[in-house]
Design a binder for this molecule. Structure first.
Ligand SMILES: C[S@@+](CC[C@H](N)C(=O)[O-])C[C@H]1O[C@@H](n2cnc3c(N)ncnc32)[C@H](O)[C@@H]1O
Length: 303
């Protein structure tokens, strides 16, 4: 069986879902509000002859025309825009950091969400961008520099045992947990994404995800916010990981506004039941908004 067919029973229109997964993904850029505004980017694209159209649900995202590539224009080179799949802009909106806060992005490279968080923080406060992959960390650093981010500290730690000793032993106000996953939802960008899909891999990576989410909850202050996201559909990597967290820790799933179409998280899958609050998580399917696939949940740590 083709791996994505295992989701047919939970999807409203399986044939539209499979058709969307087979179509290439539109190229999208996010305006970097540290250096530019949606209006200045619009003018720059018009002057440079770049074809683009606005994305209805977010005024800082533009879809580029046919053959345009995000990296081919001067607004990209100067850090006015960042090439970012539109659905990947959701977790930073859900985390909603304030200028001046202490924010951790524990799996940060190559930095699409880190640079978005820095802009939402008005480049103020402490933003830690952590990843365990050195090559990807250099991409994070160069992307942050291009975007003019100055409130970022980059660290290389295994997020499952991330130490606070470099940060005055103080917990974070908000933590983004954008974990490694089986990447099923990226199939439109990378048709090979699920070539080596196996249940063993899904179960193995779910163990890593649980470890990363556990540690993220431990190092976020009481009353603080943790956002958990993946670009995959597998409930084993989404609801089951959150179920593990709410059983182990004093934390709860809370509602958040999603400005594009999504469906609630699952309360059962393959004979397993999950807490009713799982409905506060959002599943985003490619055929609903012509995007990649995504999962995003917001947790509040107990007081
Ligand atoms: C989904 S990607 C992150 C994408 C990134 N948030 C962005 O928006 O550009 C997951 C990242 O987790 C990193 N990673 C995998 N295992 C990790 C671990 N144990 N600790 C920290 N980072 C890890 C990978 O190197 C990868 O960069």
């Amino acid at each position: 069986m083709e791996p994505l067919s295992r989701y047919d029973p939970i999807i409203d229109d399986p044939s539209a879902f499979h058709d969307a997964c087979a179509r290439p993904l539109p190229s999208v850029v996010r305006v970097n509000e540290i250096k530019a505004t949606p209006d200045s980017v619009r003018r720059a694209f018009e002057e440079a002859g770049v074809e683009f159209e606005p994305v209805g649900w977010h005024d800082g995202l533009f879809r580029l025309g046919g053959d345009e590539s995000p990296g081919n224009s001067w607004p990209f080179v100067h850090g006015w825009v960042y090439g970012q799949e539109e659905v990947s802009a959701v977790p930073a909106l859900a985390l909603d950091p304030e200028p001046g806060e202490r924010v951790l992005d524990c799996c940060a490279a190559p930095g699409s969400k880190t640079t978005q968080l820095a802009a939402r923080m008005d480049d103020r406060g402490l933003l830690v961008g952590n990843d365990n992959n050195l090559g990807r960390l250099s991409a994070l650093r160069s992307n942050a520099e291009r975007c003019g981010v100055s409130n970022l500290v980059v660290t290389r730690q295994d997020a499952r045992n991330l130490s606070l000793k470099y940060f005055d032993d103080e917990p974070f106000d908000r933590t983004l947990v954008d974990v490694p996953c089986s990447c099923e939802g990226t199939i439109r960008k990378n048709p090979d994404a699920i070539e080596n899909w196996s249940m063993d891999h899904v179960e193995g990576i779910a163990g890593v995800q649980k470890g990363i989410l556990d540690r993220s909850i431990e190092i976020t202050r009481p009353g603080g916010t943790v956002v958990y996201s993946t670009c995959t559909f597998a409930p084993e990597e989404n609801e089951a990981v959150l179920q593990h967290a709410i059983e182990q820790y004093d934390c709860r799933l809370v509602e958040y506004d999603l400005p594009l179409e999504g469906v609630p998280g699952l309360t059962e899958w393959d004979g397993e039941t999950f807490d009713e609050s799982m409905r506060n998580a959002k599943r985003i399917y490619p055929h609903h908004n012509d995007t990649g696939g995504f999962f995003c949940a917001k947790l509040e740590v107990g007081q």
